[in-house]
Ligand binder design. Structure first.
Ligand code: AMP
Ligand code: MG
Length: 340
């Protein structure tokens, strides 16, 4: 398969480019596109055949359910600018059989944005999307290209990250090509993703919202909206969600996490390894960014992609502090460093 790459303006996507991509989706094909978290690999969420293409291209185990992306409607409201996007509940109810009050509150606060809500699924959502479970994960992304594509395709998009299973997530178009060139129909190159980490996943089917995967929307941010928040694993008959697999988001070069990067670096060097290490401030120096968790998240995968293509036997990273705002970064680093 030849993968077509089209440049797209991330702020004002060109209608003819979006139309071409939407045609591919409607024909049952696969389109990689930028979102505010990472690049997604999209297919028509309501077609078993189209979605099975995602699993083949990624080499993804069928036990891993996918997130369904909706576009959000542009509504006119006297208090908000004309372009403000308000997710319309009717769009959610295309794929969900219920919309719990907690979901409505969280969506009102964080959509469009990097928050995925797990709700009871509607019958029209194929089993392949939900790994056979009775719940569906839904998100309204905050990226003009993603939303324009979903709207033009006229269908929700199932879209995991646009990379081979267990590998590093892509935050740049070149990362997608490195992993999936020749395996997907089309790549929309909209430049770097601003968020850089996958969405926070919250199950709202039980009494209290349950965080299944930490992300850019932090626990304190969730608590502010709904008070008590729990942590746990997926319900609704879903075995094990992808972000919950121990080894995930991994570079090919083994990654070692350390409390003291310098000491670990020294130890590995003496063992004869070619090592590159990033201390808690070194990783910032490397990219000239500050100690801000959001900036760190935005650059983390790009740094790992870059180091992974260097001639190293080991990558050492100093663990950031164990505080809520670093939870998502620590989660991804831990999985990236896991062996299986
Ligand atoms: P990704 O591969 O990055 O798109 O990640 C998908 C994430 O969505 C996983 O980490 C799961 O936690 C979550 N997920 C998708 N569908 C469901 C579902 N029905 N129930 C629970 N979690 C889900
Ligand atoms: Mg992924």
């Amino acid at each position: 398969m030849n993968t077509v790459v089209l440049k797209v303006d991330p702020a004002n996507p060109e209608p003819d480019v979006i139309r071409r991509a939407a045609d591919v989706i409607r024909a049952g094909g696969l389109v990689a596109f930028p979102t505010e978290t990472v690049y997604g690999l999209g297919a028509n969420a309501l077609s078993t055949d189209a979605v099975s293409g995602i699993f083949t291209a990624k080499g993804r185990p069928a036990t891993n359910p996918l997130i369904v992306h909706i576009s959000g409607m542009v509504r006119n409201h006297p208090q908000v600018p004309q372009t403000h996007t308000v997710p319309d509940v009717s769009e959610v109810l295309n794929v969900a059989s219920a919309w719990p009050a907690t979901a409505a509150r969280l969506a009102a606060r964080f959509w469009p944005g990097p928050l995925t809500l797990v709700v009871p699924k509607r019958d029209n959502v194929p089993d392949i999307v939900t790994a056979g479970g009775q719940t569906v994960a839904v998100r309204c992304p905050n990226h003009p290209v993603a939303r324009a594509l979903i709207r033009a395709a006229g269908t929700p998009l199932a879209a995991p990250s646009a990379n081979r299973s267990t590998e590093l997530s892509p935050t740049r178009a070149e990362h997608v090509l490195k992993s999936l060139n020749g395996r997907i129909d089309l790549l929309l190159d909209g430049g770097p993703c601003s968020g850089g980490l996958e969405s926070t996943v919250v199950d709202v089917t039980a009494e209290f919202p349950r965080v299944l995967r930490p992300g850019l929307i932090t626990v304190p941010m969730l608590e502010e909206v709904c008070g008590r928040v729990e942590f746990g694993t997926a319900s609704g008959g879903i075995a094990r969600a992808p972000g919950q697999m121990v080894k995930h988001y991994s570079p090919r070069t083994p990654l070692v996490l350390a409390d003291d990067a310098d000491a670990e670096h020294q130890r590995l060097r003496e063992g004869g390894f070619r090592v590159i290490s990033l201390g808690h401030d070194l990783i910032y120096a490397y990219k000239s960014i500050s100690g801000d968790p959001e900036e760190y998240a935005a650059d983390l995968y790009a740094v790992l992609h870059e180091l992974d293509s260097g001639q190293y036997d080991r990558i050492v990273i100093e663990m950031p502090p164990d505080t809520p705002e670093w939870a998502a970064v620590r989660d991804r680093l831990t999985r990236a460093a896991a062996h299986e």
